[in-house]
Design a protein. Sequence first.
Length: 221
Amino acid sequence: LLAEYPAIAARYRSRFRAVLVDEFQDTNDLQLQLLDLLGEHRFVVGDALQSIYGFRHADVSIFRAARERLAAQYAAVDLPDNYRTDPEILEVLDAAFAVEHGADHVRFSAKREPVAGDRPLVEALLVDRKAVEDWPDEPDELLEGTAWRRAEARLLAARIAELVTETETETEPGDVVILMRAVGDMPLFAQALEEHGLSAIAGAGRGFWSRTQVLDLHCYL
């Protein structure tokens, strides 16, 4: 509509002094055309490393090209300040991912005070993916998923069980939260925890509806 009718495009352009586009790394070509029709005064925020919507036709090269073009004309500002996370955790993230991220990596600048204490705030639990991919299937295996994902779930569950039983940590099961990379992995990790006698509650996704209590109530109704 904006391309075919210049008067309508001019009307919309007159409404905005500038256009702010957040999550610009997820822009696709059609969206970029629309933004161009709304005018040149644009303020964009984005992070190439957060571009995960390729299946929705997002093209991170659009973001990179715009960043280079705008940096030559205007001020391009990095936003490394982090107010959410403890400095020790940010140090681990930078050390782990800086090389892999290459030129796109911007080191975090921690704005929180370090946490006092002797215990480490970060532990790395590593699964050798190549070593376990060739594991034979377990005939009576209740855990679904690839071998390396099963090994990952069991390793994490074992560590949580240790924390809960260690008296010096004073860790209760309710203190533990697992952030998942994918909703579909929830049953796998919940089952691994149950092998250690630990119950898990899914806080999002399909996991809520697969809880025993919910299924029982559904059947009753």
